[in-house]
Design a protein around this ligand. Sequence first.
Ligand SMILES: Cc1ncc(C[n+]2csc(CCOP(=O)(O)OP(=O)(O)O)c2C)c(N)n1
Ligand SMILES: [Mg+2]
Length: 791
Amino acid sequence: MNETTALTAPSIIQKSERVAQLHRYWQATNYLGAAQLYLRDNVLLERPLQATDIKPRLLGHWGTQPGLNLIYAHLNRLIQDTDANVLLVVGPGHGAPAILANLFLEGTLGEYDPVFEPGREGLSNLIRQFSWPYGLASHLTPGTPGQIQEGGELGYCLSHAFGAALDNPDLLVACVIGDGEAETGPLAAAWHSNKYLNPATSGAVLPILHVNGYKLSGPTIFGRMSNDELTNLFTGYGYQVRIVGGSDPMQVHAEMWQAMNWAHRKIEAIQQNARAGMLTEVPDWPMLILQTPKGWTCPLTVDGQPIENTFHAHQLPVADPAGKPSQLKTLEGWLRSYHPQDLFDESGLPFEDVIRVCPADTRRIGMNLHANGGQCLVPLELPAFADYAVPVPSPGAVSVEGTHTLAVYLRDVFQLNEVARNFRVVCPDETTSNRMTPLFEATGRAWLGPMVETDEFLAPDGRVMEILSEHTCQGWLEGYLLTGRHGLFGCYEAFIPIVDSMLNQYAKWLKVSKETPWRKPIASLNYLLTSHVWRQDHNGYTHQVPSFINSVVAKKSSVARVYLPPDANCLLSVTDHCLRSRDYINLIVASKASQAQWLSIEAAREHCSRGISTWAWAGNAMNHPPDVILAAAGDVPTNEVVAAAAILNEHLPNLRVRVVNVVDLLTIMSPEDHPHGLTESAFVELFTAEKPVIFAFHGYPALIHELLHHRTAPLRFHVRGYMEEGRTTTPFDMLVLNNMSRYQLILAALERLDDQPGVTALTYWCHGRLSEHAAYIRANGQDMPAVLDWR
Ligand SMILES: Cc1ncc(C[n+]2csc(CCOP(=O)(O)OP(=O)(O)O)c2C)c(N)n1
Ligand SMILES: [Mg+2]
């Protein structure tokens, strides 16, 4: 659409009149934003401002607000003129009062919560409830209509925006990035998302870098770069850059109006070209850089100190209006500078022309369907996982690479959902290494950049998203899930803690979403961690980090789930379950190495649905009470426990050993602590009330003690796991180094048994084996045959 048609679209009002209206709207949002920070009464300044009108606790941020309001106003105008379907992602989520002010004026806030309906009462509620205990939060939250991120922790808006745009061809995701935020590593990496977004099949992202010059108490790097430097940098990233800047509102409005039209036209041209089959390279998507003063329109100085356009404007330009009469006057002058009486009538409603820039109905930003992703969720069509089963004639009879088996199943998930286009895998370039190459029989690796003959599996429309940035992988997937689609994050176990902090924020989002009545359930965030701590044959100590389990377990029990499938059939069952689940963070840890298989697919289904069960075939207690219990959680620990039980049975046939396997880790927690926790009676049925339990765990042993805290007689649980002992060595030596080899598990059991014939001999035998192992690997460079050939 060109400028002329844009002008005639909604009405015949002259552009200058519309700019004036847009400005009045901006003034109204600025007024409401500032008022939210300070006022508990006299919200429209109908009488002189008094100290008692000021909130007792002043919280919140002003500095980012005028820029956010300006962007929102101009997006509204663009939507009116083009009918664009705009999802707004706001990096500086600390500017919540600005976004709330816009949602209030467009009416959506009141539609979600009648307490904020337009009118005097709603307006008072908005202003009073901001930052009030149990009122509106000082950051964006899942309770904010139209939003898919809180922005509390900075750095993720751009990857979220790209994740939201994927496979949403009609969506325009406008993304406001703070200039401080743009200094973060995750944000810096996310610029490259343009190499993955196919304009033929996906929507567009319009990045708007909000250069107000300052972060919290210092200048920003971007704020002190010249326009040439900025243009060169972002041109190098592949964007067409347009800079809008100034401190004269009317000039900025005029430039921003044009810039928005320019960006929209560029986006349309890129999409039309690609959709006509003419995509040949990474499109040069438009981006805007908005340079306006931090805290724009607040007092220039307060008590002689410069405020506007300095870092002092970040939070509260006027720090103590209730305590200092001079500051009360300054605040009143500032608030009155917006002329609230000219913006709102006596009933507290905005004058009609003030909100004429707001789009109608579902085009309002607060009403964007995709922001409440559960509303657009189409369940995945999943193949019957049993069709992919590994035949297991008897426990341990065959060995396979579990992730390869799973990849064949996931390949068909891609195929079955090819038309719905609602499933993606993200991964920091490890899909092949993780033995998941079968995925590429169904789809490619997304890639719009240049390709050479020796590349493998690259495709402009690939659904496996590989970038060596765990942050970007996580951000894309979050954006994709939050807008109602499905996915899986495949990652080396050692490097997933890079996104630990993103996990924290996402878990908080999910918890609060579940408590927000209008948020519909979305597909769970599924992690598949392979290449795990116990099988780092060629990477060694740096790649041995099982700490992500601790991170997930620490999250609210309503969202955290941890699965340690002991073999490929269990991995299939668990993954099928996770892909069907909603609103959880599912952590699956499974080795990519070839491993013994234990359960038939029927037995795997049964075991996984219980989450924990006795493996009668692996022990010898049958229906009798056991003398000792060997428990395992994790594929490698399972192998050791099964081996230890077999050796015990061979050497001490009268000793009753029970083997318990844990696939759903949190079943061992008490039901008061986690919804998956077994009842105490079921727990005692498995572990007895007093017998010793030797527990081999995939991760750090202290975690199991923590999880068992409320269980019957927890001190009889003796946990072995990773103790930060590692190096480049054999797989079995890793177990020995960490005291979790079969021989050490047996020794741990024997220590806790009453003396009985054979115990001393077996103790000597185990020590002998350990000495033999130490000598053997040093001499031969691999594990001894007794271990390698054991079935
Ligand atoms: C990752 C992260 N580090 C630090 C902070 C603390 N913090 C909150 S706001 C802010 C400054 C943000 O500056 P900018 O992105 O430029 O936003 P604006 O100027 O628009 O307020 C900082 C450092 C944070 N929220 N997230
Ligand atoms: Mg800034």
